[in-house]
Design a protein around this ligand. Structure first.
Ligand code: GAL
Length: 826
């Protein structure tokens, strides 16, 4: 071999084993697939948003993503987090986008960079900085020069940073695709001709940045050449790419759904998710991304909505804390491995589709004598006996069977052989009395604001909260003083204060006294607050504290949705039964104060400030609480249980762990029957947690904690709560269940801890589900519990052959599909 040949070989093998390979890759596409260095690819990707986890979590998340069979990680870029004030940038800590991309690369994964910079994402204001809204002359997401200039500035900044670090695939980096805008096609028509012009401008601007890899636009059927339009949704199998020269791509396969304050827990089954993916590849798909693969946590004030919870778990394959969400993670991994093994034939083979009648469909991919098949039964109710190419198959309702050789079923989306992990919360054993933390407290001292009504800015009108507070805080005081003469027409013994609000939280103080609080059940609904007031003759102070719970992130013109108090603010005098006098206070002199005194003084991270130990109050509005605690031992993820608290903000060692609101109960009915995977999923299906707090536990990343020594928890309580039962816990696998058909090798694992006992095991026709398995009428001749105990107890994980060889022969008869059910305790 010539020296250059040896060098080439070295580069190839070095690149094969090392993700640090800096050899440029060529990323192109045709109508079948994304092509990387000449190879047509089946690409499976997953969304992980870097600010929703910590830098310390990233390597483990990437590792679990790769092990789960992903090729790529997709992330948005969060403009408001990176440019909190105009031309002042922040890429520190978990905003270190470059480090995130390098962590992806180190794990040997590709990256899909969705710059947006409008991202939606249940993120505050869809990722737009609020200062942008407050620029004179701006109109967002349309053909407006002020906006376009800012958008181009930020997009270019990101592209240049990524280029400088050589992170585009064209430079040897992991980024194979980039996205501009986000689902603009869903709202474009509302913006008229300017909308279309803006969309074309976005495309041209992106192209001009010359990144050397393709650009995509999701939900944008008219995306101009060479930009690829992609699909988002729970299902994209029926989606047809709008141009004949682009591949069929799915940028958001929603793995579950997000949660609102007052909302129930969403759940999308592993069977249905796998069905959607298999159908997509059956019908010519080439790139599919899970949104989310790891949802994570909305730290700080990053949650949008409004009313998105702090948890952004999403029922994703990796749970909020980074644990495997089983069986979802494992069931999909098997599917990914199989699809990858069929990569060449799926992306370059000849395809023929067969309608087998009665909601059954076959697909045959063939190439050079070989072939691979898919058999789908899209009937949501009935299993089907299908004769396909001379063989008989039973395909369960709402499922796809994959036959890599067109004869043997290697995988069926409805048959789950991965364990179900039941997660449990464990008490913090590092605390001697885990349930009784010692507390000190402080009132939120805003007497000046509440009593004197002194603010920072004064105007003669009611301002939108975004405009007055610039999103520097959730909290904004609207204050006015009122001189009432005895002969004022409104004066009566029966007066009320009436305030129109945009539908988040309002606390009304009159002369320093709280007269009432109100909030919408669903953050989108406006409400009118009306309470009785006792006023003084002469001087009165009205202080209205408005709190936002995340700004709107979606919809045409979402950026102009009102926030805070919309007005009017009125004083109503009732005289007798039928006379009402309305005094409109809206155009009085109003002064505004952003934030709270405790926030502005950084009570959550200033050890020197004085806190009180005595006369500890409960159910007191606007109150700060502080406690110290020991970090739970070990490495399991940590949560703080805030049951008993009302609503507010929480910090651990000065790090914001987000808003809390455990007093907000998930209302409505949850169906009692088990969730049925069959039939189309949407966010109203398979809900749980009714009647309980919509979010009770809050993630405290390990990296926020001091392992040895004391840690500080600070809570700002807005409504009034009782912290006496607040405590720290860890989250771990409590038990692992399996219910798998014979002739499968199954794995049981306690994810890092030992399997301690086998509570149930039966091979034959056991019935029931995890936690309530019972034996059927037939069983293998060996004692299944002893077999499983022998193989598994004391191990972190074990594999078992589900067969008569392992469990002894049965008398079930040939027409019974034998299964193994196990419940193991961790
Ligand atoms: C999509 C949007 C995402 C996210 C998702 C719902 O429409 O592109 O950013 O908001 O909906 O989770």
């Amino acid at each position: 071999m010539s020296p250059s040949g040896i060098l080439a070989l070295f580069i190839v093998s070095f690149c094969a084993i090392s993700s640090h390979c800096a050899t440029a890759a060529q990323v192109t596409y045709d109508n079948r697939a994304i092509i990387i260095d000449g190879k047509h690819r089946v690409l499976v990707s997953g969304s992980i948003h870097y600010p929703r986890s910590t830098t310390q979590m990233w390597p483990d998340l990437m590792k679990k993503s790769r092990e789960g069979g992903l090729d790529a990680i997709e992330t948005y870029v969060f403009w408001n987090a990176h440019e909190p004030a105009r031309r002042q940038y922040d890429f520190s800590g978990n905003l270190d986008l470059i480090r995130f991309l390098k962590t992806i690369q180190e794990e040997g994964l590709y990256a899909v960079l969705r710059i947006g910079p409008y991202v939606c994402a249940e993120w505050n204001y869809g990722g737009f900085p609020v200062w942008l809204h407050n620029m004179p002359g701006i109109q967002m997401r349309t053909d407006n020069d002020v906006f376009k200039n800012e958008m181009q500035n930020f997009t270019t900044l990101i592209v240049d940073m990524v280029k400088k670090e050589k992170l585009f695939a064209s430079q040897g980096g992991p980024v194979i695709l980039a996205q501009i805008e986000n689902e603009y096609g869903n709202v474009m028509s509302s913006y008229g001709d300017e909308g279309k012009a803006y969309m074309n401008w976005c495309a041209n601007m992106a192209q001009s940045l010359d990144i050397g890899v393709p650009w995509i636009m999701c939900q944008q059927n008219d995306a101009p050449e060479p930009i690829i339009s992609t699909c988002n949704g729970w299902y994209c199998d029926q989606y047809q790419p709008p141009r004949s020269n682009i591949p069929k791509m799915w940028t958001e396969n929603w793995t579950g759904w997000y949660k609102n304050w007052g909302g129930k827990d969403p759940h999308r089954t592993a069977e249905d998710l796998a069905f959607a993916v298999a159908r997509f590849y059956q019908l010519g798909g080439t790139f599919q991304n899970y949104y989310m693969y790891h949802g994570g946590t909305n730290f700080g004030r990053s949650a949008g909505g409004p009313y998105i919870t702090t948890s952004y778990d999403y029922d994703a394959p990796l749970d909020e804390y980074g644990n495997l969400n089983q069986p979802k993670w494992g069931h999909l991994k098997q599917l990914h491995d199989l699809l990858h093994s069929m990569e060449d034939i799926l992306t370059t083979g000849n395809v023929s589709y067969v309608d087998l009648g009665d909601s059954a469909f076959g697909t045959i991919y063939s190439k050079e004598g070989g072939s691979s098949c898919f058999l789908a039964n899209v009937d949501p109710g009935n299993d089907k006996a299908i004769n396909f190419q001379g063989m008989n198959y039973t395909v369960p309702a709402w499922s796809v069977s994959i036959l890599p050789d067109c004869q043997n079923v290697a995988y069926n989306t409805a048959k789950v052989s991965t364990q179900t992990s039941v997660m449990v919360k464990k008490a913090n054993v590092a605390e001697e009395e885990p349930n009784s933390l010692k507390w000190s407290w402080r009132p939120e001292m805003n007497e000046k604001t509440i009593l004197l009504g002194k603010g920072d800015v004064t105007t003669g009108q009611i301002l939108d909260q975004k405009e007055a507070a610039n999103d520097l805080s959730d909290y904004l005081f609207y204050m006015t003083s009122l001189d009432l003469e005895k002969d004022d027409p409104v004066w009566s013994h029966n007066m009320t204060l009436r305030v129109k609000s945009s539908g988040q939280i309002l606390h009304a103080f009159v002369n320093g006294e709280l007269i009432g609080s109100q909030w919408a059940k669903n953050g989108g609904e406006r409400f009118v607050f009306e309470q009785n007031v006792k006023l003084n003759h002469k001087k009165n102070t009205i202080s209205l504290l408005s709190a936002t719970v995340g700004l709107t992130n979606y919809g045409a013109f979402f950026d102009t949705a009102p926030s805070g108090i919309t007005g009017p603010v009125e004083l109503i005098g009732y005289r007798g039964d039928d006379e009402t006098i309305v005094k409109d206070l809206s155009s009085q002199k109003w002064s505004y104060k952003t934030g709270l005194e405790g926030l502005n003084k950084k009570l959550y991270s200033s050890p020197s400030l004085k806190w009180q130990q005595d006369s500890f109050p409960v159910n007191r509005t606007l109150t700060w609480y502080k406690s110290s605690f020991k970090a739970p031992l070990g490495t399991d993820p940590v949560v703080v249980d805030l049951l008993g608290m009302g609503k507010g903000l929480a910090w651990v060692n000065g790090n914001s762990i987000g808003r809390y609101w455990p007093s907000f109960i998930a209302e409505g009915d949850c169906k009692l029957e088990p969730c049925d995977y069959r039939g189309s999923y949407d966010s109203n299906k398979c809900l749980s947690n009714c009647g309980r707090p919509s979010q009770r536990w809050y993630h405290v990343p390990r990296s926020f904690l001091n392992g040895n020594g004391d840690n500080t928890l600070v809570l700002f309580e807005e409504f009034g709560g009782n912290p006496s039962s607040v405590n720290f816990q860890t989250v771990a696998v409590g038990s692992a269940c399996i219910n798998a058909e014979e002739n499968k090798k199954i794995e049981l694992s306690c994810q890092g801890r030992q399997i301690s006992a086998v509570k149930f095991a039966s091979f034959g026709n056991p019935q029931g589900s995890c936690g309530s398995f019972v034996k059927g009428y037939c069983e293998g001749s060996k004692d299944a519990s002893s077999v499983v105990e022998k193989a598994c107890v004391g191990q972190e994980s074990c594999t078992i052959d589900v067969s008569e060889d392992t469990f002894g022969s049965t008398t079930c008869g040939d027409d019974v599909i034998k299964t193994l059910a196990v419940e193991a305790i961790c």
